[in-house]
Design a binder for this molecule. Sequence first.
Ligand code: C2E
Ligand code: CA
Ligand code: CA
Length: 498
Amino acid sequence: MPKKVANQFQSHIAKALQQKDITSFEYELSVPQGLAYFEARISHLKESQQMMVIIRDITEQHKAAESIRQHAYFDSLTSLPNRFLSLDRLSQMLKEAQRSKEKVALLFLDLDDFKKVNDSLGHEVGDKLLIESAKRLQNVLRKEDTVGRLGGDEFIILLRNLNEHHNALSIAEVLLKTFREPFNIDDRELILTLSIGIALYPVNGVVASDLLRNADTAMYQAKGLGRNTYSFFTQEMNIVMQRRFAIEEQMHGALERNEFELYYQPQFDLSNNNMIGAEALLRWHNPTLGNVTPDEFIPIAEHTGLIVPIGQFVIKQALEFLSHWQHKQNKKLTMAVNLSPRQFRDKKLLSLIQKTINDLGIDFKDFELEITEGVLMGGQRYIKDALLEINSLGIKLSMDDFGTGYSSLSYLRQYNFDVLKIDRSFINGITINKSDCDLVKATIAMSHSLGLLVVAEGVETKEQLVLLKELGCDFVQGYYLSKPITAKQLINLKSDFT
Ligand code: C2E
Ligand code: CA
Ligand code: CA
């Protein structure tokens, strides 16, 4: 044993022996290889002043325990406290804050579009980015603050002892700023931004779980604001989120419980006042939530992916009704169905449409798919391919909500659209507002020059109808003619308006 080590050893033993009642203790020695750990057991020999000390090297056990602790509490990639330890520290911090009346902030961080990095550059680059991000976050903070990794690309920051100079707002700004600098990974410069949600103790919650949930909600808000920004939690967000959660929860199994129903809004030809077909619009009747509007539940269904099975239901139901309706009226009627961007990732969508149409013996030309510009904006290959296939099957394609987005003419030229639907918000103003009227007039002229038929949506008055006819619009739909109605009501509806 080297002399230095022997000295440490002796002093440990001597110290322990001074405390008479001690029977065993552990101690560490610094040895040339690092730290070594020992356990000493002391037995006093009966009827004698002597004692026996048994010493055992427990370095290996110690290392094993340390590694278990490391795995249990720290993230193996970034070495930051993991979810468990971060939340434990948060609870601890809140307890202390309660006593000392200090202010605490919880920042929920999410890297923007990190999934894209992983998908396009590979997980190895993704991992390196996470490690570098963790370092940047640590560099910004003081010792008493905590950074942890909650999982994936989510991080948490706990700030304590907040005051005028050290506050959540200025730290959020510094965090965003440090991410403005590009990352250098494998000789590549990468830009990665952050979205930050902030919840404050005690105003936004007094227990860890509430604060975490509220900071998460605020983070969503920051994403909604366009990312690369921060957002403070507010009570209004809470109400919105609770509603969102309730809808998400109820939507699971809603299809199986038969809670969805299709309504149909008829469309009419302005040249002869005849009904030409209908647009299928989804309705959801839920026993807990009542009737939820599609504007509210479709975006959530998109987000959760439930739009895929729901969309398949819509297509089957709408086509079955179309077949029934055409036989009943003995007439060529059309059916339009709305498609969300997410549904284009459903590989079975087009084959389902094709098979259902063939099985029912309907003409492909009588079926129409309505999409918005949002579908086209990403420019993904699979969307282009799907649109080409829709064309080649002979299914009609219609540009929905025209006038609300970029209203880009290039999309109309680039893809083979058959129909353009002018958004309700423009039709609304045509009889009172000259600029709306001029815009609708120009849109109709342009559509016709591109060979597209025009549907005016949301016609609510006779005056609008008359004006649209003058402007040369082809088809109309709207409350003035009929609200969306059930299949049974549609079958009994008069087939023209006069
Ligand atoms: P949209 O495709 O623009 O559908 C037209 C909306 O305008 C419908 O709302 C319809 O009820 C409403 N509307 C029609 N005429 C009038 C009118 O004269 N005045 C007023 N104020 N409103 C009128 P709805 O049924 O609430 O649907 C909202 C949106 O939800 C739809 O907008 C569509 O984007 C989406 N949606 C509905 N069903 C489906 C579906 O099956 N799949 C998908 N992906 N989206 C759907
Ligand atoms: Ca539509
Ligand atoms: Ca529309």
